[in-house]
Design a protein around this ligand. Structure first.
Ligand code: ATP
Ligand code: MG
Length: 720
C-alpha cells in the first residue's frame, strides 16, 4: 500500500496522529472515534514511511481477541511480513518474556500459570494451615489482597502491616502463598506482570537489550492499565522509545482490578514531550445510539470531557424490551436475530452482551433450541470447565510433579480412597519441611507413616502419574491427552454420572483431544516442550468450545469482554437494578460510575441497531428475583428509545361473554376481578389480561405496590 493510501480514510486529526514525526503521543477520544484505527495505521506508517522494522515495534492491546484483530488489521494495511512484531496483551507479552528468560526470572523452565480458581484453592489450603478462620479471612478477600499488592508491585518484604492483626495475617497469608508458588513453579496472573517488571529492574542487560530493540511502543485501551503494567511500559520505554497511547477515560471499566485512570496524567508527566490529540467524530454508531450514549455518560462526574458527534443519520431508535422473565428475554432476542437472518444478514453481526457470565446459559439454550450457532468469548471458557481442568490437572502434574495446585485437584478425582485425613497429613508435612505435596508424599511413603490402605492409595496415584509421564515421551500430544483421559479414570467417572450435563462433559473431554491435535507450537516455545506449551496456551488463551472460527455465529460475551469491539446489531440483556448496576455497586455507591461507564461501553458497541432488554423477574444463581429496570435506562432521553410491545395475540373476552368474570386462560382458573396473592407483592385484584396460553399476562392491582403486569406462567399467583 502506498503512502497516500495509508492516510486515505482518515480525517485531519487522525492523519495528524498517524503521520506525526517519531515522537510520543496521547490520543484521547471517545468510543468509535477511530483510536484503534489510528494505532494500526500508525504501525503501518512506521514500517512503510519511517522504514522501521517490525522487530522494533511493540503493540499492547487488552484482550486476545483484540490482539488477533489488530494483527489482521495491520497485516491488511501494511501488507508485509510482521512475524517479528510483538503484538499481544500485557499478560501474553510478559509471559513470553518470562518463558524466554525463565532463568533470569528465577523460574523453572516448566513453570506453569495458576489461574484464579486454582489460586483460590491454594489460598484456602493456606488459611487452614495457618489456622485462620475462613469467616474472618474470606479466601476471596485474601486473594484480592495478594493480587492487589502484586498489581502495585509490592512483595511481602515491601509491606509494613503495622500493628494491625488483620493486616498482619493477610501479609502472612501472602508470604506463605508466595513460598508455595515458588516451590511449585507456579505463577498467578498478577505474578506474570510483577515478575516481568522485576526482570527489568534486576537484569539491566536484558532491559537494555529490549530497550535497544523496541523503538516504538503503542498501547490501546490505555485507561485500563494498572500500576504494574504502566511501570513495565515506562521502564521499557526508558528515555529513547516513542510511546503512543490511546484511551478513553469514559471507558475505564477495570477499576475493581486496580486499573488507574490517573495513568493518563502520569503519562503526560513522564513523557513531557508527548503531544495530545483529540478525535471527536464518531464513525461507528447511528445518531440515536451515539446521542443516547453521550447522554448516559454525562451523568458521571469527574470526566475529562469529550465531544463526540457523527455525520451518520439518526437511524432507528434504541429498542427497549420489557421481558416477563429471562426466558422471554432470550426468546425475544432470538426472534430478532431470526428476522435479521431472514433479511439475508449474518449471525456474526449480532452480539449479545450481559453483565454476568451466568446469564449466558439461558441464552445459549435458546440459541441451541433454535439451531443457531453461537460463540462465547471470555467467561466460562472451554478451558475453565471442570472436566477440562481435571484432565489438564493430570497433564500438569505429569509435566511438573511439584505443581501443588494440580496435585490437589486430581489426587482424589476420581475418588481413589485418598481421604481428607491423609491429605491433611500430606499438607502438614509439606508445610513443616518446606516440601511440595509430591515430595511430602514420597517422604511419608518411605517413612511408612500411612496405614496400609492409605499408603496403597497414595502409591497407586503416584505410580499412575509416573507411568503416564513415562509413556508420554512416545506419544503425540493428542494421543497422550486421550490416554490420560481414559487411564486417569476421569472418563469412567463422568460416564457414570447420568444426564445431559455428564454427556456434555464427556463431549468436552473429547473436544480437548481435538484441541490438543490442532495445537500449534508458538514461536517462542521451541525449547519448552509441546506439553508445556499446550498447558500455557490453555491457561492464557482459553479457546472457545462452540462454533469454530469459520462458522457464522452469534457472538456472546460479557460487557467487559466487548471492549474495543463493534457489531451491527447489539443486544444488552438483563439491564436491571441489582444486576446492572450490580447490587454491590449500588451498595458501595462509588462503583456506580464505573458501572455507568460499562453501560456506555456496551451501548457504543452498536453500529446500526441496539436493543436493551430487562426482565420483570429473573432466575439467576438459583433464585428468583423481581427486578426494576436499571436506572441507566431512565437516563437515556426518551426521544432515542422505542418501547417494544408484546406481539402476542390479544384475546379479550368477546361481547357475548356472559360475564366479565371469564376464565383468563382456559385452565388457569383465574378470573377478572378475582382477588389473588403474590409471594412478593402481596394481595391484589386482577384487572386486565392479554395473550393466551403460555403467553398469558395479567394485570394485577396490588394493594401495596400498585398495578403490575405479570406473566401467568411464572407469577406464582394464588387465589385468595
Ligand atoms: P473504542 O473506543 O470503542 O475502542 P475506537 O476509538 O478505537 O473505539 P475504532 O474501532 O478504531 O474506534 O473505529 C470505529 C469504527 O469507525 C471502525 O469501524 C473504523 O473502521 C471506523 N472509522 C474510524 N475512522 C474512520 C474514518 N476516518 N472514516 C471512516 N471510518 C472510520
Ligand atoms: Mg478501540
Amino acid at each position: 500500500m502506498d503512502v497516500s493510501s495509508l492516510l486515505d480514510g482518515l480525517n485531519d486529526k487522525q492523519r495528524e496522529a498517524v503521520g506525526a514525526p517519531q515522537s510520543s503521543m496521547l490520543i484521547l477520544a471517545g468510543a468509535g472515534s477511530g483510536k484503534t484505527r489510528v494505532l494500526t495505521h500508525r504501525i503501518a506508517w512506521l514500517m512503510q514511511v519511517e522504514q522501521q522494522s517490525p522487530y522494533a515495534i511493540l503493540a499492547v492491546t487488552f484482550t486476545n481477541k483484540a490482539a488477533a484483530e489488530m494483527r489482521i488489521r495491520v497485516e491488511k494495511v501494511a501488507g508485509g511480513n510482521m512475524g517479528r512484531m510483538w503484538i499481544g496483551t500485557f499478560h501474553g507479552l510478559a509471559h513470553r518474556l518470562l518463558r524466554t528468560h525463565y532463568k533470569d526470572a528465577n523460574l523453572p523452565q516448566s513453570f506453569q500459570i495458576l489461574d484464579s480458581d486454582d489460586q483460590l484453592r491454594l489460598i484456602k489450603r493456606i488459611l487452614k494451615s495457618l489456622n485462620l478462620d475462613e469467616k474472618q479471612y474470606p479466601p476471596r478477600q485474601a486473594q484480592g489482597y495478594i493480587n492487589g499488592k502484586k498489581d502495585l508491585g509490592l512483595r511481602p518484604s515491601h509491606i509494613d502491616a503495622g500493628g494491625f492483626p488483620i493486616e498482619q495475617n493477610l501479609l502472612a497469608i501472602y508470604k506463605v502463598y508466595q513460598e508455595s508458588c515458588d516451590r511449585a513453579g507456579l505463577v498467578d496472573f498478577a505474578e506474570i506482570l510483577l515478575r516481568a517488571h522485576e526482570l527489568w529492574l534486576n537484569k539491566p542487560h536484558i532491559l537494555e537489550h529490549y530497550q535497544d530493540r523496541f523503538k516504538h511502543i503503542l498501547v490501546d485501551e490505555f485507561q485500563d492499565t494498572n500500576a504494574i503494567q504502566y511501570a513495565w511500559i515506562r521502564v521499557l520505554a526508558g528515555v529513547k522509545a516513542n510511546v503512543m497511547i490511546v484511551g478513553d477515560d469514559d471507558q475505564s471499566i477495570y477499576g475493581w482490578r486496580g486499573a488507574q485512570v490517573e495513568n493518563l496524567h502520569k503519562f503526560l508527566a513522564d513523557f513531557p514531550a508527548a503531544q495530545t490529540i483529540r478525535l471527536e467524530q464518531n464513525y461507528r454508531s447511528t445518531g440515536h445510539i451515539l446521542k443516547a450514549s453521550n447522554a448516559l455518560i454525562a451523568n458521571n462526574a469527574e470526566r475529562l470531557g469529550k465531544k463526540l458527534w457523527t455525520e451518520d443519520k439518526d437511524g432507528e431508535p434504541i429498542g427497549l424490551y420489557c421481558a416477563f422473565n429471562e426466558m422471554d428475554e432470550a426468546r425475544f432476542i432470538i426472534g430478532c436475530i431470526s428476522e435479521w437472518l431472514d433479511q439475508g444478514k449474518k449471525l456474526e453481526d449480532c452480539a449479545i452482551l450481559y453483565r454476568s457470565n451466568a446469564q449466558s446459559r439461558v441464552l445459549e439454550e435458546a440459541l441451541l433450541h433454535k439451531g443457531l450457532s453461537y460463540r462465547i468469548y471470555g467467561g466460562q471458557r472451554f478451558f475453565e470447565r471442570q472436566e477440562i481442568k481435571d484432565a489438564m490437572g493430570y497433564l500438569r502434574l505429569m509435566n511438573n510433579k511439584d505443581d501443588d495446585a494440580a496435585f490437589e485437584r486430581v489426587v482424589n478425582t476420581p475418588a481413589r480412597g485418598i481421604g481428607g485425613r491423609t491429605l491433611d497429613i500430606l499438607r502438614q508435612t509439606a508445610r513443616q519441611h518446606e516440601l511440595t505435596l509430591w515430595q511430602a508424599a514420597l517422604r511419608l511413603l518411605e517413612e511408612k507413616v500411612f496405614s496400609g490402605r492409605a499408603a496403597n492409595a497414595v502409591r497407586g496415584f503416584m505410580d499412575l502419574i509416573v507411568t503416564m509421564s513415562q509413556d508420554a515421551g512416545t506419544r503425540s500430544l493428542h494421543l497422550m491427552t486421550d490416554h490420560v483421559i481414559s487411564h486417569s479414570g476421569l472418563k469412567v467417572m463422568y460416564e457414570a454420572e447420568k444426564g445431559e450435563k455428564a454427556r456434555a462433559r464427556i463431549e468436552n473431554l473429547e473436544e480437548l483431544v481435538i484441541a490438543a491435535r490442532s495445537f500449534v507450537m508458538p514461536e517462542e516455545g521451541e525449547d519448552m516442550g509441546e506439553l508445556n506449551a499446550f498447558l500455557s496456551h490453555a491457561a492464557l488463551e482459553a479457546g472457545e468450545g462452540q462454533a469454530d472460527d469459520f462458522t457464522d455465529a452469534v457472538q456472546l460475551m460479557t460487557l467487559h469482554s466487548a471492549k474495543g469491539l463493534e457489531f451491527p446489531m447489539v443486544f444488552m440483556a438483563g439491564v436491571e437494578e441489582g444486576l446492572f448496576p450490580s447490587q454491590r455497586a449500588i451498595e458501595e455507591g462509588d462503583r456506580l460510575d464505573e458501572e455507568r461507564r460499562l453501560c456506555y461501553v456496551g451501548m457504543t458497541r452498536a453500529m446500526q441497531k441496539l436493543y436493551i432488554c430487562y426482565a420483570e423477574s429473573r432466575r439467576l444463581y438459583g433464585r428468583e428475583d423481581y427486578a426494576r429496570p436499571s436506572r441507566f435506562i431512565g437516563e437515556i432521553p426518551k426521544e432515542h428509545v422505542q418501547e417494544i410491545r408484546l406481539k402476542t395475540q390479544v384475546s379479550r373476552p368477546s361481547v357475548s361473554t356472559p360475564s366479565r368474570k371469564a376464565n383468563i386462560a382456559n385452565d388457569s382458573g383465574f378470573k377478572l376481578g378475582q382477588k389473588v396473592m403474590h409471594p412478593k407483592f402481596g394481595e391484589g385484584l386482577i384487572t386486565n389480561y392479554e395473550g393466551c396460553g403460555a403467553q398469558s399476562r395479567v394485570e394485577v392491582n396490588f394493594f401495596d405496590v400498585g398495578s403490575k403486569w405479570l406473566m401467568l406462567a411464572y407469577a406464582r399467583l394464588e387465589s385468595c
